[in-house]
Every structure is written in C-alpha cells, then in structure tokens.
Design a protein around this ligand. Structure first.
Ligand code: AMP
Ligand code: GLY
Length: 423
C-alpha cells in the first residue's frame, strides 16, 4: 500500500514510525510532516491545508490509504472530500466529527445515547450562564462550544472565577467565536484516563488505556498545555472497568452514531473521569490523542496499515492488532515560554544518544535550517520508551531525556508517576 499521513506533530510521527514497520506498506508519505517523519516518509507540502489540498496530494502520490492526525481537517470535512472522490481514508465524516467540533452536540448526543457524563446546561448569554452557575454552584466547569485548541475549558473554583470565565468566553476575548455558546457543567472528581478505539462504523478495536498529563508543572500544577507526556499501562483500568467503558460508553456511542445516520469511522477518543460512581465522559475527540499516540504506537504489534485500511473499507479486522503487554512512557520536551509564546529556532542536540538508550524520539515542533535541527514550536520532542513494567519504562524514558539539550528546555519529572501506586 501507498499510505499518506496528514499532520505534522508528535502523534503523526508516531503513526508514521509504526506504519513504516508494516509489511503491507510499500511507500509512506506525510503531509506536511516534520524532520522526524522525513526519516521514514516522504514529506509533501500541504498547500493551504484545505480538504481539497490534501486530496490533490493523495491523488498525486496515488495513496491507497490516507490517515488523518489532527482534528481541524476532520471538522473541515476531509473525509467527505476523499470519499466523494473514491479515495480510501480512515477518518470520520464532517457530521461524525461534530462529536469533537461542538461540545454542545457531544453533550446532547451523550444524553440521547445514555452515556454517563457530567450534568450540564447550555448558555448563549451571560444571563443564561449566571442561571447555570446558580444551579451548579462551585466548583464548576465552563466550556466553549467550538474548537479552541485546548484553551476553551475553564475549571472555576470560585463564583468570581466562574463569572469572569463566562464573560471572557461569551465575549470572544478568550477563544473568539468558538465561545459564543457554552456548556456549563458539574465538576467531577477522580483520575483522568484516555480510552481510544478504532472503528469502522460498527465494530471496534480498543487500544490499551493511557493517561495524559495536561498541566505544565509537576504534580499537575500550572496552566494547561496540549499534553506534557503520556503513558500506557495495563493497570490503569481493571478488566471490569475496561468492560464497563466498552459496554456503557464506546459501543453505545458507535451504535448511536450509526442509528443517527452519521456512522463513525476512524479513531474515537473518550476522555474519561474515573469517578467513585464509575467512568464519566469529559469529552470525545475524533482522532488519536497527542501525546497518547506515542506510547500506544510504541507498544502496538501487527500490521497497523492493514487494519486501518480494513476500518476505512467498513470491514474492520478486529483481532489483527495486539498490545505487546509493555508499559510505555512518553515525556514531552517543551520550549521556554510554553504554554505561552515559545522561544524557537534553537539548536537541538543529543537525539542519537537518547535513542542509543533504547528510546524513540518523536518530533513535534522541530525544523531543519541549513541542515541543522532546531526547535520550531512549544512541544518539541516526545521521548518514548517501554519496558515490561511501569517503573522500568519511566526510568528508561528519563535516562534518554537527560541526553537531549536545547536552550530553555523544560519537561515534567513525574510522567507516569500516578500509575506507580498500581504496581
Ligand atoms: P475537555 O477538553 O472537555 O477534556 O476539558 C479539558 C480538561 O478540563 C479535562 O482534561 C479535565 O482536566 C478538565 N475537565 C473538563 N470537564 C470537567 C469536569 N466536568 N469536571 C472536572 N474537570 C473537567
Ligand atoms: N492528549 C489530549 C488530546 O489529544 O486531546
């Protein structure tokens, strides 16, 4: 197969790294890709990044299968554009992508499907927001309806914070038009987990459970980021919890999407809160997680390309992929200033030494200038290592992290630590 991967971050590098090892893959392309992906794939310009731009690239390289990383092209309808042209793509339609593109759609969908989630109200004005705040009290969570690159959610601890957040979101100050309507919901307590499946619209293959680390600082302190690291571990969920997530959340979601005429093909990501009353959905994403993809791809066995193609054709081979049973840890190395405005253009060294320690270094925000590898974004690299047990994976990942240098580099020292209590 000739396979095209759309995207340019750590998640897409991880997908490419895994696809490059599949016997069924004869040629691999990335659009637009990054210097890490360039080691295993041919990188191609994305034009303006509209669905038809990606289709033109797929046609030029005669891609037999296209895999999409980020949400923006999905919400823009890249899957519909490819299907109309008769090209195989593993991605949800624009309609199905509303599960991520609109928080209001997602909440109302969960209500219809009977999927456990936080109680909520919708607010399109400050008066409605205040009404909802009176109803829920504090702490309370306010969410912009539209896509906001992770900046549209405020967990307010005081009434004043909540009122401020409502005003900032609704006025457009915080996330622009994405905040014109809000979901206001009860604040849930517990540990968060990411449960990701691949679906062909009916059947699912469930990946191992992972946990992301969103706040920038150790011990979950400081502002939220796109994710400072993730780990995959067989003990995050008990077998009973895993069954519950499948039976009460994933399968009802897939079934209801089909019944409602928007069957879900692609990666469905349920962001969960593991509460004392069982798992609750915080959000759905319609794509692989980033950085969850890095540990997942590092520990996945089987021909991923074949399985993705089977899902895209609507006939998922459910048993062709396997998790190798190892724990895996991805530590994100970030630029000075991130999650604010990052300093970029700084030379990176030590990647080979890190990989000599048994890790894989996935690129996220890097570029080459005159042959030299330099930083080019907030999240720069995802250093990923696996071992038979979680403590070993953590040790191996951090041994590799310490080999890498660029000015102002920072990272969390506790990725995976919350999983150690289960070992
Ligand atoms: P979301 O984009 O909806 O996943 O929200 C981003 C983050 O906000 C989540 O990863 C949680 O840490 C937090 N969050 C969202 N909804 C809730 C909730 N109902 N209760 C507590 N925390 C929440
Ligand atoms: N790791 C969070 C996300 O991919 O949305």
């Amino acid at each position: 197969m000739r396979v095209l991967v759309i995207g340019s971050g750590g998640r897409e590098h991880a997908l490419c790294w895994r696809l490059a090892r599949c016997p069924s893959v004869r040629a691999l392309y990335a659009c637009p890709g990054n210097p890490g992906m360039a080691a295993v794939a041919t990188c191609l310009e994305a034009g303006e990044g509209r669905p038809e731009d990606f289709l033109r690239v797929a046609e030029r390289v005669q891609a037999d299968l296209t895999v999409v990383g980020p949400e923006a092209p999905l919400v823009a309808g890249v899957a519909d554009c490819f299907r109309a042209a008769g090209r195989l793509i593993v991605a949800p339609s624009r309609q199905a992508a509303r599960l991520e593109g609109s928080k209001i759609f997602a909440k109302q969908f969960m209500q219809r499907a009977g999927i456990p989630t936080a109680r909520f109200r919708i607010a399109a004005s400050e008066a409605e927001a205040l009404d909802a705040l009176n109803h829920f009290g504090v702490p309370v969570v306010l969410k912009a309806d539209g896509l906001a690159a992770g900046k549209g959610v405020v967990v307010a601890r005081t009434r004043q914070q909540a009122e401020q957040a409502a005003a900032d979101l609704l006025s457009g100050r915080l996330v622009g038009p994405a905040g014109a309507r809000l979901v206001v919901e009860e604040c849930l307590e517990g540990e968060e987990a990411s449960f990701i499946v691949l679906s062909d619209g009916r059947r699912v293959f469930a990946f191992e459970c992972t946990q992301d680390h969103k706040p920038v600082g150790d011990g979950d302190t400081g502002p939220n980021t796109g994710g400072m690291g993730a780990y995959c571990d067989g003990r995050i969920l008990s077998p009973a919890q895993r069954g519950e997530v499948l039976e009460r959340i994933v399968l009802p979601a897939i079934r209801t999407m089909e019944v409602e005429g928007a069957p879900f093909t692609g990666f469905l990501y349920a962001g969960l809160m593991l509460t004392a009353d069982g798992p609750r959905v915080l959000e759905f994403n319609v794509r692989m997680g980033d950085p969850e993809a890095q540990p997942l791809m590092h520990t996945l066995e089987g021909d991923l390309a074949e399985t993705l193609a089977s899902a895209a054709r609507g006939a998922l081979e459910e048993n062709a992929l396997r998790w190798n049973g190892q724990s895996s840890v991805c530590v994100v190395l970030a630029s000075e200033g991130y999650p604010g405005t990052p300093r970029t253009g700084l030379p990176i060294s030590g990647i080979e030494r890190a990989e000599a320690r048994g890790a894989v270094v996935f690129h996220a925000g890097t570029r080459r200038t005159d042959g030299e590898l330099v930083t080019a974004g907030g999240r720069v690299l995802g250093v990923t290592a696996s071992a038979d047990h979680l403590p070993g994976a953590i040790e191996r990942a951090y041994a590799a992290v310490r080999e890498i240098h660029f000015e102002g580099l920072h990272y969390r020292r506790d990725i995976g630590r919350k999983g150690l209590k289960r070992w």
